[in-house]
Design a protein around this ligand. Structure first.
Ligand code: PLP
Length: 418
């Protein structure tokens, strides 16, 4: 089927939720994708941080084929051998004790919020009202279901669906004084992304995270970290919180966990897990044998790749910083490892640059209006980074030259008028 007919059919058949780029992809291998005309694209977004091993990774394909032929789905009514094996790996790399498997990031986040309220209720031994308030961060993003929306600190996602979950309050990003002022004994959890993703690749400050840890530890509340975008190797460590030297009570992961198959997870401590009993939470699809077998393979590959992510990530960051010094239209370069954001001076410029890169067959995206986001596969090499940097350089030169030309024309026209 051709792109034009796919677009026409989607327009009449799907809910109009997406504003897709006009490309019809047919296949992928490594860091490349090919479209319906056979044109090759360098993929620096990897399905928004999902295809961390690139496309058609041979070990993932082998596991997929083998497990699909055995059994794909069972439900959580029966045992299969992979949930415990995968949980063992996840607890080893996170330092946490227990795991619940979901289908998606938002479902993992919903479960984490439920655990926070449940744990507070279970530990409420003094007969007072249990802790129930949740502190989330401004500019955050946690997903599209109701609990996740309610803790998402961006009105454009939340407000069309109001009223949302009560008891959530937003703290100004990285403002310790605001956190301290809003925190009290009624708070059951402080929850945040260690590095805000959709909010423009903004790492939480060490001071803010350590304060959040101390406040929650002292009062018995939970610290919940959303590492759905930043976790599982993206920053060069297993989890972004490991750069800060703190240990949370709950972490959520998803995106790259099953190398492209839908799978998320809540990781937590024995203390929190004690509040949960059979029948209180569950899912039909989450933690199926196919997704879990693939995730075990992904984590096996990740061990070998972590140093590479750190090395190429630092190189990417240094090259992007070099561009910032050259182009005044780049406001800031942020992120860690292979989670990089480049804030430009305006949303229009970011839109134009992302479009120019697409013309040059490079896939990135724009988030938080003016931020270019890069989430390449962990197998990306310096030569691929060089290609992206050079394309950014010429796109910025071109758009700046065009902008100056337009400004000059305007100036001349004004002069003539006067
Ligand atoms: N949390 C973060 C930090 C995310 O980046 C996302 C998705 O982009 C989500 C939660 C929601 O995940 P999902 O789209 O798998 O529901």
């Amino acid at each position: 089927m051709r792109l034009a007919s796919v677009i026409r059919n989607e327009e009449s058949l799907l809910l109009p939720t997406y504003d897709r780029q006009k490309v019809l992809f047919k296949r992928g291998r490594g860091v490349y994708l090919w479209d319906s005309k056979g044109e090759r694209y360098l993929d620096f977004l990897s399905g928004i941080g999902v295809n961390a091993l690139g496309h058609a990774h041979p070990a993932i394909l082998r596991t997929l084929k083998k497990q699909a032929a055995r059994v794909i789905h069972l439900s959580n009514l029966y045992f299969h051998e992979y949930q415990a094996e995968l949980a063992e790996e996840l607890t080893r790399i996170s330092g946490l004790d227990r795991v619940f498997f979901s289908n998606s990031g938002t479902e993992a986040w919903e479960g984490a919020l439920k655990l926070a309220r449940l744990c507070a209720r279970a530990e409420n031994s003094n007969g007072h009202k249990p802790k129930w308030r949740i502190l989330a961060l401004e500019n955050s993003f946690h997903g599209r279901t109701y609990g996740s929306l309610s803790t998402t600190g961006q009105a454009k996602y939340r407000e069309p669906y109001a009223p949302v979950l009560p008891g959530v309050e937003f703290v100004k990003f990285n403002e310790v004084a605001d956190l301290k002022q809003k925190f009290d004994a009624s708070v059951c959890a402080i929850c945040l992304e260690t590095i805000q993703g959709e909010g423009g690749i903004r790492p939480v400050s060490a001071e803010f995270l350590h304060t959040a840890r101390k406040l929650t530890q002292d009062s018995g509340a939970l610290l919940i970290l959303d590492e759905i975008q930043s976790g599982l190797g993206r920053t060069g460590r297993y989890f972004a919180y490991q750069h800060y030297g703190i240990q949370p009570d709950i972490v959520t992961v998803a995106k790259p966990l099953a190398a492209g198959l839908p799978l998320g997870a809540i990781l937590t401590t024995n203390r929190v897990a004690r509040a949960m009993h059979p029948g209180m939470h569950g899912t039909t699809f989450g933690g199926g044998p196919l997704a879990c077998a693939v995730a075990i393979e992904f984590l096996g590959q990740l061990d070998k790749l972590l140093p590479h992510v750190g090395k190429v990530g630092s190189y990417f960051h240094a090259q992007a910083e070099g561009l910032r010094k050259k182009h005044s239209s780049i406001r800031e370069v942020r992120g860690k490892g292979l989670m990089l954001g480049m804030e430009l001076e305006s949303a229009e410029l970011a839109k134009a640059v992302a479009a120019q890169l697409l013309n040059e067959k490079i896939l990135i995206n724009r988030t938080n209006e003016s931020v270019l986001r890069f989430l390449p596969a962990y197998i990306v090499e310096k030569k691929h980074v060089d290609k992206v940097i050079s394309a950014l350089d010429s796109a910025l030169e071109q758009t700046t030259a065009e902008r100056n030309r337009a400004a000059n024309i305007l100036k001349k026209a004004k002069r003539k008028q006067n």
